[in-house]
Design a protein around this ligand. Structure first.
Ligand code: SAH
Length: 474
């Protein structure tokens, strides 16, 4: 982020506008509709504002003389549009007295830029692209416009009117937040959004004990949330909601920073993950942290890579919560195998060809030796291996010894759904070499005929075939 969105108080002082022509009039229109106080230096002396209503036009201070001589006292920002070289000089003038300045279409001389704006009264959304693409900003704005209820501004105004009253009635900050969340999410908020502010006001005033309404007595809660394989857009709607609602997030090492970013801004974030070579705090300590958080009334999220119940120790965690009588819920996530499959177009089942899927873990060679490979020889079974990189050689041996063909297609999918995803495909015979090619993990191994349908397979081998045919033809 290069440009931080902030909101200027238009009541604090005038904005100085410098320039001429249609460009400056467009800015004038924006400023007038925002009720700004405007001091306008028309560089061509033409202060004509026909087309604006009389009252708005009257509110504009028409300044003459050299804007560079304006001492800019009390001015809150300077704007130049269609001002040519004077705009550049004005930018230095503004900067010399420490004022934010925008020279239209001139990033180099501007210290701020205009966002695309969604204006719903007290609710204002600013969308920026760092000046890169106004068209993209406008598209984002359209989506936000469509997603926001029409009266969202009324809801903010309504709450603003009562904030102080309830701040006096509810001592603790977190409880106050929860109070307003319940108001916004419940029937009172719905009444305002439906245009029935009177009803909403009555209902709000009828709340006898705001702390109880906020759920003071209600105990804490732990939600095990599947974070998916890495792409934050693969979070479920429920997962997102839980993250937005959390007081504290206990997250694993596999959880990407982009996903953690989706948690409520002021939620505490606690890393409890193991890392290769770093032991982490241990399962018992994780359980204790979750239980303690719930016991002090917090809404805790236990955020785990992929799905909590696929090689995620989710089962142990809820057992510990049950034993401690802590309420919990589980929100599934997209497990890494499915993320990799979708990304690389591997249908994990396929009519007549793959009738079963086995999810397997083989962390080290020692784990892999413990696997009963004879149960995995069915050629119509897709085997998806988690934590399998370090055991690739043992997996190969196990499957070959049990009788699976060395020509069985396999794929290694590292960092699936992340920006640095990498996949390699080949045969079971080559598995250890393939695993060595993906650099750092995490990675999933997929073993079975369905790998032949995958995009990496098509890229690697079908182009070869096409080339061979072409070469043979030539
Ligand atoms: N609960 C997780 C699995 C945790 S075990 C899930 O459902 O996905 C950790 C293993 O998951 C890693 O060793 C790797 O095999 C796999 N994994 C996790 N994220 C991955 C990703 N983005 N790409 C490939 N494999 C991944």
């Amino acid at each position: 982020m290069r440009f931080l969105p902030i909101f200027l108080d238009l009541k604090a002082g005038p904005i100085v506008l410098v320039g001429e022509g249609e460009l400056v009039r467009a800015k004038l229109r924006l400023l007038i509709s925002a009720d700004a106080q405007v001091r306008w230096y028309a560089t061509d002396g033409n202060h004509d504002v026909s087309g604006f209503d009389a009252e708005s036009a009257a509110s504009v201070e028409r300044a003459s003389g050299d804007p560079l001589k304006d001492d800019l006292k009390n001015v809150i920002a300077v704007l130049c549009a269609g001002a040519g070289d004077l705009g550049i000089a004005m930018a230095s003038h503004a900067r010399a007295v420490g004022l934010p300045v925008n020279v239209m279409d001139d990033l180099q001389h501007s210290t701020f830029i205009f966002p695309a704006i969604v204006d719903r009264g007290d609710v204002v959304v600013a969308v920026g692209t760092g000046g890169a693409s106004p068209v993209v900003a406008r598209r984002v704005r359209e989506r936000i416009e469509a997603a926001l209820p029409a009266r969202i501004g009324d809801l903010a105004t309504f709450i603003g009117r009562f904030r102080k009253v309830f701040a006096e009635r509810i001592d603790e900050m977190p409880l106050r937040r929860r109070f307003w969340e319940r108001v916004v999410d419940g029937p009172i908020g719905a009444s305002v959004l439906a245009g029935r502010t009177g009803d909403a006001e009555k209902a709000l005033n009828a709340i006898d004990d705001p702390e109880e309404f906020a759920g003071k007595a209600s105990p804490g809660f732990v939600t095990l949330v599947g974070a998916g394989p890495g792409d934050p857009d693969l979070l479920t709607v429920k997962a997102l909601r839980a993250l937005q609602d959390a007081d504290v997030v206990f997250y694993d090492d596999l959880v990407s920073a982009e996903i953690l970013d989706r948690a409520r801004r002021d939620a505490a974030r606690v890393s409890v993950g193991r890392r290769i070579g770093k032991p982490g705090i241990g399962q018992d300590a994780i359980n204790t942290l979750m239980i303690e958080a719930a016991r002090v009334g917090q809404r805790a999220v236990r955020l785990k890579g992929g799905d909590p119940f696929v090689f995620g120790r989710g089962g142990e965690e809820i057992a510990a919560l049950r034993e401690a009588s802590v309420a919990y819920a589980v929100i599934p996530g997209i497990t890494a195998g499915m993320g990799a499959a979708a990304e690389s177009e591997i249908p994990l089942t396929f009519r007549h060809q793959a009738l079963r899927i086995t999810l397997l873990t083989a962390h080290k060679a020692r784990d892999a030796e413990a696997v009963d490979w004879s149960a995995l020889t069915d050629t119509r079974m897709t085997v998806v291996v988690y934590m399998g990189i370090s055991a690739a050689a043992t997996i190969r041996e196990g499957l070959l010894t049990a009788g699976r063909s060395p020509q069985t297609p396999v794929g290694v999918f590292a960092r699936a759904t992340r920006p640095d995803a990498k996949s390699v495909v080949g045969t079971l015979n080559e598995l250890p070499a393939l695993a060595a090619q993906v650099e750092s993990g995490p990675a999933i191994l997929v073993i079975g005929d369905v790998v032949m349908h995958s995009a990496p397979w098509r890229d690697a081998f079908l182009t070869d075939i096409v080339n061979n045919v072409r070469m043979a033809a030539e």
